[in-house]
Design a protein around this ligand. Structure first.
Ligand code: NAI
Length: 330
């Protein structure tokens, strides 16, 4: 079976090739993102393999289907980039990797918390330049702080457990509260209450129409002054302009982002020799109390192995006509 794999980097190829070594899968590797201009590259393929910023909107799906593609495999958990009603109408199954390593993302989120709290990003540079002053590096103990976890699915649950391990008081908001977490002392509360009481808010819910700009000016006004906000979920959960306004007034004290709503034209590429045209993003980078990582929370060896294994399993099942795993439905 020929599989056209988009947005692939050398590390993707390495792990997928290893997982598929004796399956007969023939990869067509493309570094470019899948979109209306690149969709023709999938001609001749039975399946496509895509990532978070590939465009799987209705037009692209129609054209994939016309060119003979019969399966869409995602190398990620989120599927907000797929027009699921169109996929369903075309009879095009979409499979994802729902759980490759929730620990990878949760641990990265806590890494951002520690970095912002203890200003490790500044300390690292300072010491290398022979500046051993502690001025401006004052942090707070995480022990005893209130951490708000928005979304306690696989990743949010791990994050809540890590926060409990630090001795934090953990509040959570999820339409489907997790009884096991509640039994461990996590209090499930309405979002407004979580925002009002938390010193740190970490987002772990999916991006859907209902959660688009969940953190907007109204919800920011509900947060504690000086709150730390961390988003490792999807950029669209946060209204970046509202967050910038709140950083300027100090309402948001520190911000850690692994995702950004307009990241598709930036992340995963080396742009160090180009002028960044996105003024909103550039403004974010000017704040000393903002740390941005480029959608790397998932990026551990364990996660890449699990993504490749699940993807290849589904491709093999599809070829054999066996039931697929982790099918996403509209
Ligand atoms: P999951 O599906 O296991 O959990 C999501 C949770 O959010 C569910 O418990 C759901 O009930 C809850 N939820 C839905 N609507 C909500 C709302 N309005 N408010 C609060 N909670 C709500 O998903 P998982 O695996 O925990 O992933 C969470 C998100 O993390 C994904 O949707 C994906 O966008 C993002 N992600 C980011 C990665 C990165 O590298 N930065 C890697 C993997 C996932």
């Amino acid at each position: 079976m020929i599989v056209a794999a988009f947005s692939t980097k050398p590390y993707d190829r390495e792990f997928l090739e290893r997982a598929a070594h004796d399956t007969g899968i023939e990869w067509r590797w493309f570094e470019s993102r899948l979109d209306a201009d690149t969709v023709r590259l999938a001609e001749g393929a039975t399946a496509v393999n895509c990532f978070v910023n590939d465009d799987l909107g209705s037009d692209v799906l129609e054209r994939l289907h016309t060119s003979g593609v019969r399966l869409v495999t995602l190398r990620c958990a989120g599927f907000n980039q797929v027009d699921l009603p169109t996929a369903a109408r075309l009879g095009l199954p979409v499979v994802r990797v729902p759980e490759y390593s929730p620990h990878a993302v949760a641990e990265h989120a806590m890494g951002l918390v520690l970095m912002l709290d203890r200003k490790l990003h500044k300390a690292y540079n300072r010491v290398r330049e022979g500046n051993f002053s502690l001025d401006g590096l004052l942090g707070f103990d995480l022990h005893g702080r209130t951490v708000g976890v928005v979304g306690t699915g696989k990743i949010g649950r791990c994050f809540a457990e890590i926060a409990l391990g630090f001795g934090c008081r953990v509040l959570a908001h999820d339409p489907r509260p997790d009884a096991a977490l509640a039994a461990r002392g996590v209090a499930f509360v309405p979002l407004a209450d979580l925002l009002a009481a938390s010193d740190i808010v970490s987002l772990h819910c999916p991006l859907m129409p209902a959660t688009h700009h969940l953190i907007d000016a109204t919800n920011i006004a509900r947060m504690k002054p000086g709150v730390m906000l961390v988003n490792t979920s999807r950029g669209g959960l946060v209204d970046t302009r509202a967050v910038i306004a709140a950083l300027k007034t100090g309402r948001i004290g520190t911000l850690g982002l692994d995702v950004y709503e307009e990241e598709a034209d930036l992340f995963f590429e080396d742009k160090s020799n180009t002028i960044i045209g996105d003024d909103v993003f550039s403004r974010l980078l000017t704040f000393p109390n903002v740390v941005v990582t480029a959608h790397q929370a998932f990026f551990t060896r364990n996660a890449l192995e699990a993504i490749a294994a699940q993807t290849v399993r589904n491709l093999v099942y599809f070829e054999r006509g066996e039931p697929l795993e982790a099918v996403v439905s509209a």
